[in-house]
Design a protein around this ligand. Structure first.
Ligand code: 6R9
Length: 649
């Protein structure tokens, strides 16, 4: 990031398209413009109103205790059970037969699970965990494929007050062991394996290797999914021999609003992973209410979030947000191209999905595969489309709107983080005139701002750093076991404001545009330039499907812009084509943003949640040894890129 005193982000990209809210949605929207007014008059009171959408065993005495910043307490003195709010109360209200999960396995098997069935299984799992000696406050690591039991395991922990820590079912032995150790977990819940790309892939073997190193683990509970061979030791128990046999009677006990709910590790670019800690009351309030309003969720909607449960999006917008609203949703085990590239659209058609939540990386992949694939399916059930995980390039946004949303369904581009727990910036589908590529508006009751290096708000048309000025209900409470690191990482830059690490700008109407991580910002001839804007300019060229841009050290300009692009199907690149792309960026954004070099690559390095790892591309551009590659989704990608470049030069 630029040192203080340097100018803030240049504001290069201009976008003038806007789409007013669709009248069908606007007239019946769960949340209207009044929410902004209400929240601005009494921010904390507004969140109290939303907290009342939940069932509390004991009401809180104080809505917010901010007497010891940056350690917030919300709904002090209140008691609730998170799992009760996600399951029992829907069954008690007579909605037990409603489908909670339309589950689709990758090989083509499928299963519907109703709210009553889910509740029964969660009660049985809760009894099993208690039998295994798990008590409130104990840590349980969950390392599972995308099967209903993953949600059951999380909710069973929540029900008995145990703290779950879900680890992506694709992380290595090292990553898993490191997280088990840091959390001091007593139990791992896993499966024999899961299906990925058409074949079973083992999970239990990775757990075995990790548990060998982790002395805190007492038991390993194993769901049978693929029926592949697994080694069996004296710590191992089968789910179907324990949970399935356990009593289905279980009374949920209420826990303090600030009782920990989960730890989720963010990989981070440097250092040890950070164990982000969330607590029950505030987290459930915000995830529940944001789901209700951003997705305008109604009882007859069918919702599908394509994230993995091991990512925060899976926590907040597969399990806690939707289930606390009694939503019916699709859960899919596998990859979008198995057994064919129309799999997602086939699922949308089959279940008449009305609310879809996915990531820019997926959208850009679908663009690359071609418009003809979604065109073969009936997508007319789709009512609202969500995006999360990275800034969405305006062209990808337009493609999503046209080819998936039939130019009818509004797009909600939702900005948030593992640390924020729930959505913080997003259009509201019945209120906001949406703009391609912008997350636009702080959610009601969320005090987001864009500031300069000194912490002063920037004006319209200016760029700077994103901050949150006031505590919010689903904010992280600390980094597990490391309060100092919590303060240092998020609160030391400005002292009294939360700094998420993202750059942003305000456009002429005051709408917010996210410009990527500040660590990725490029400094070219004294100007801070956002990678996002240059990438979006490249993607706006009809030959480009995806782009990643980095600043590589340059003797003259400080940093020079180096771009890696994936071309759309059928495009042949040439020297002339690359020259055209460089000119296209210069005409779209200005000469300052013209890339020094553009390279065509077959793939881009991404994390498992689909974010581009520009750090590794910077290593390539500066011809260095590659840094840590353990969080890469596919480790062969970097070899593909390097080999391709070596052959050319
Ligand atoms: C939910 C999630 C957080 C980082 C965040 C930002 C990026 C997420 C975004 C977005 C622009 C959006 N990010 N959503 N950037 N527009 N709509 O992704 O959490 O994995 O912790 O990542 O992702 O850079 O700081 P997490």
């Amino acid at each position: 990031m630029a040192e203080s005193g340097q100018e803030t982000l240049a504001n290069l990209l201009t976008e003038t398209r806007a789409f007013p809210p669709n009248a069908d949605i606007a007239t019946q929207a769960n949340v209207t413009k009044a929410a902004y007014q209400e929240a601005s008059e009494d921010r904390v009171g507004f969140w109290e109103t939303q907290a009342k959408r939940l069932h509390w065993e004991t009401e809180w005495e104080q809505a917010l205790d901010w007497s010891n910043p940056p350690f917030a307490k919300w709904f002090v003195g209140g008691k609730l059970n998170v799992a009760y709010n996600c399951l029992d109360r829907h069954v008690e209200a007579g909605n037990g037969d409603r489908v909670a999960l339309h589950w689709e396995g990758e090989p083509g098997d499928s299963r519907d699970v109703t709210y009553s069935q889910l509740l029964t299984e969660v009660k049985q799992a809760a009894n099993t965990l208690t039998d295994l000696g798990i008590e409130a406050g104990d840590r349980v690591v969950i390392y599972m494929p995308m099967i209903p039991e993953a949600a059951v395991a999380m909710l069973a922990c929540a029900r008995i007050g145990a703290i779950h820590s879900v680890v992506f079912g694709g992380f290595s032995v090292d990553a898993l062991a490191g997280r088990i150790d840091d959390a001091g977990a007593k139990l791992v819940i896993t499966a024999d394996g899961g299906y990925r790309r058409g074949k079973p892939s083992g999970l239990k073997d990775t757990v075995d290797a990790a548990v060998e190193r982790c002395s805190s683990i007492e038991k390993v509970l194993v769901v049978r999914r693929t029926e592949q061979e697994v080694a069996w030791g004296d710590k191992d128990l089968w789910w179907h021999e324990t949970v399935a046999q356990a009593s289905a009677h279980h009374e949920a006990e209420a826990f303090d609003a600030e009782h920990p709910l989960f730890i989720l590790y963010t990989s981070g670019t440097t250092g040890r992973p950070k164990g982000i800690l969330h607590t029950g009351g505030g987290y459930l309030t915000q995830t529940s209410y944001t789901f209700h309003s951003v997705f305008d969720h109604k009882a007859d909607d069918v919702y599908w979030c394509t994230a993995d449960i091991g990512w925060v999006t899976g926590h907040s917008y597969i399990v806690y947000g939707p289930m606390s609203n009694g939503a019916t949703q699709v859960m899919y085990e596998g990859t979008p191209d198995t057994p064919h590239k129309g799999r997602f659209w086939e699922i949308v058609q089959k279940h008449k999905v009305s609310l879809l939540y996915t990531a820019p990386t997926a959208i850009r992949t679908f663009m690359k595969w071609g418009d003809d694939i979604p065109a073969e399916y009936d997508l007319s059930s789709l009512r609202i489309l969500g995006s999360v995980g990275e800034p969405i390039n305006p062209e990808a946004w337009m493609w999503y709107r046209e080819h998936i949303g039939g130019n009818r369904a509004p797009i909600v581009d939702t900005w948030w983080q593992t640390e924020t727990g729930g959505i913080m910036i997003s259009p509201l589908p019945g209120v906001t005139a949406t703009k391609p590529g912008s997350a636009q508006t702080p959610f009601p009751g969320i005090a987001v701002d864009v500031v300069d290096e000194s912490g002063k708000s920037v004006g319209n048309g200016e760029g700077g750093l994103l901050v949150v000025r006031e505590p919010w209900p689903s904010m992280l409470r600390t980094i597990w076991g490391d309060d100092e690191r919590y303060i240092e990482t998020y609160w030391s830059r400005f002292g009294h404001m939360y700094f998420p690490g993202d750059g942003a700008k305000r456009d002429e109407q005051g709408d917010i545009w996210l410009l990527g991580r500040v660590d990725d910002v490029m400094l070219v001839s004294g100007h801070n330039i956002s990678t996002t804007e240059v990438e979006s300019a490249l993607v706006s060229h009809p030959s480009v499907a995806e782009a990643a841009v980095v600043g590589a050290s340059d003797p003259i300009t400080g940093q020079g812009i180096v771009a890696f692009v994936i071309v759309r199907g059928g495009v042949e690149s040439s020297e002339e084509h690359l020259a055209q792309l460089r000119t296209h960026v210069a005409t779209t954004l200005g000469a300052i943003a013209k890339p020094r070099q553009i390279m065509v690559v077959p793939e881009l390095p991404k994390t498992r949640s689909g974010k581009i790892m520009r750090r590794l591309l910077r290593d390539v551009a500066e011809k260095r040894e590659l840094g840590d590659v353990t969080t890469l989704q596919d480790s062969a990608v970097m070899n593909l890129i390097k080999d391709g470049l070596d052959n050319k030069s």
